[in-house]
Write a protein that binds this ligand. Structure first.
Ligand code: DP6
Length: 322
C-alpha cells in the first residue's frame, strides 16, 4: 500500500476552546462542544516517502507548509505507529483557509486518518483523536462526525451524537473576507492566556456553561443552544480584544451581520450567530428559515459568499494501491 485519501469536514465550536492547559502537549483549558460542517471539505492525500527521504512534507492548497508547524504531529504519528516512516501530504480545502473557518481542524483530522491508513494501520478513533489533537486541538473533534465534545484537560474528544441527531439544523457560513488572517489562533490564544486580565474568568465561566450546552443539544433546543453559543463566542472575544497588544478579528461587515441577526431575532426568526478567530460569521438556524435568513444577509452586501451547511458525518477514507 503506498497511499491513502481522506475527506474531512471542519468542526465548528458552539462552546469554544480558547486557551491551553498544556502548550507542549496541546491540551485545552476549556471544554468545547462542536458540530461538523458537511459542505466544507478538506481533501488530504498522503503518500509514503522512500526510506532515503529525510523529512516529512505538507502541501496545502498548492503551497509548501513550514515543517515546524507539523513537526510535533509527525513525531506523535511515528510514536503511535511505531515506525520510522516519513510522509508526504497534499491537502486542499473547498473553503477559505486560515480565515476563521476551522481549516486546521479538518486539516489535521484528515492528515491523521490518511497517514494511519497509508501504512495500513487502523487505530481506535480515540487514539486518532488524540493524535490529531497534537496538530490542532479542534482537530481532535473533527475525526468524528456529528456533534462532539473535547473536555478541558482531556487528550481526546468523543462523539456526543451522530449527524442524524438533528437533521434540520443548518449553519450558514457568511464569508466576509477570503484572505488568511494576520494572527493565527494558536498565537492569539496563547497571548490571551498570558496577558488578558479576563482569561481566568473566561476559563471559569466556560466550565459553568457546559451542562447548559449539553442539555440544549440533547433537547435540540435551538434557542437555548443559540443563546449559549452567543455567550461563549462573545466571552472568548472579550479575552481576545483584551490581550496586550490587543487583537481585533472583527470587520465592519462582521458587525453588520451580527446586527442583522439581532434584528431577525427581534422579529421572531430563530437565528443565532457565532464567530471564531477571524471575521467570518456563522449563523445557526433550522432548514425552514435558511432561505429567509440567507436573503436578509445577502441583501446587506457584506459577504463575498454564503455557504449553507448541514451537520457533517464521519470523515471518508480510502486506500490507494499503486
Ligand atoms: C476559535 O484548534 O486552531 O476555533 O490547538 O492551537 O491548533 P490549536 O488551535 P485551534 O483553535 C481553535 C479555536 C477556535 C475555537 C474552537 O474551535 O473551539
Amino acid at each position: 500500500m503506498s497511499g491513502a485519501l481522506c475527506e474531512a469536514s471542519p468542526s465548528l465550536a458552539l462552546l469554544k476552546y480558547w486557551g491551553k492547559r498544556d502548550a507542549v502537549r496541546n491540551i485545552p483549558a476549556t471544554t468545547s462542544v462542536a458540530v461538523g460542517l458537511a459542505e466544507l471539505r478538506t481533501v488530504t492525500h498522503v503518500r509514503l516517502l522512500p526510506a532515503k527521504e529525510g523529512a516529512d512534507r505538507v502541501l496545502l492548497n498548492g503551497t509548501q507548509q513550514p515543517p515546524a508547524r507539523y513537526e510535533r504531529f509527525f513525531e506523535a504519528l511515528r510514536r503511535t505507529l511505531r515506525t520510522e516512516q516519513r510522509f508526504e501530504a497534499e491537502s486542499t480545502n473547498n473553503f477559505p483557509t486560515a480565515a476563521g473557518l476551522a481549516s486546521s481542524s479538518s486539516g489535521f483530522a484528515a492528515l491523521a486518518l490518511a497517514s494511519c491508513r497509508a501504512v495500513g494501520a487502523d487505530p481506535p478513533l480515540r487514539d486518532l483523536s488524540s493524535l490529531a489533537r497534537v496538530g490542532s486541538a479542534s482537530a481532535a473533534r473533527a475525526v468524528f462526525g456529528g456533534f462532539t465534545i473535547l473536555r478541558a484537560g482531556a487528550p481526546a474528544a468523543r462523539q456526543l451524537y451522530d449527524e442524524s441527531h438533528w437533521p434540520e439544523l443548518r449553519v450558514i457560513v457568511c464569508v466576509v473576507e477570503e484572505r488568511a488572517k494576520k494572527t493565527a489562533s494558536r498565537r492569539a490564544m496563547e497571548a490571551s492566556r498570558l496577558t488578558s486580565p479576563y482569561y481566568r474568568a473566561w476559563v471559569r465561566a466556560s466550565a459553568r456553561a457546559v451542562p447548559n450546552v449539553l442539555r440544549a443539544l440533547a433537547a435540540r433546543d435551538l434557542q437555548q443552544l443559540g443563546d449559549a453559543a452567543r455567550e461563549s463566542y462573545l466571552r472568548m472575544f472579550a479575552t481576545i480584544v483584551s490581550t496586550h497588544p490587543p487583537i481585533q478579528y472583527w470587520l465592519p461587515s462582521s458587525v453588520e451581520i451580527l446586527r442583522e441577526c439581532e434584528a431577525m431575532r427581534d422579529e421572531g426568526i430563530g437565528v443565532w450567530e457565532t464567530m471564531d478567530a477571524g471575521p467570518q460569521v456563522k449563523l445557526l438556524c433550522v432548514e425552514d428559515d435558511v432561505e429567509e435568513v440567507r436573503r436578509r444577509v445577502e441583501t446587506l452586501g457584506a459577504t463575498s459568499r454564503t455557504l449553507v451547511c448541514s451537520v457533517g458525518g464521519t470523515p471518508r477514507l480510502s486506500s490507494e494501491e499503486r
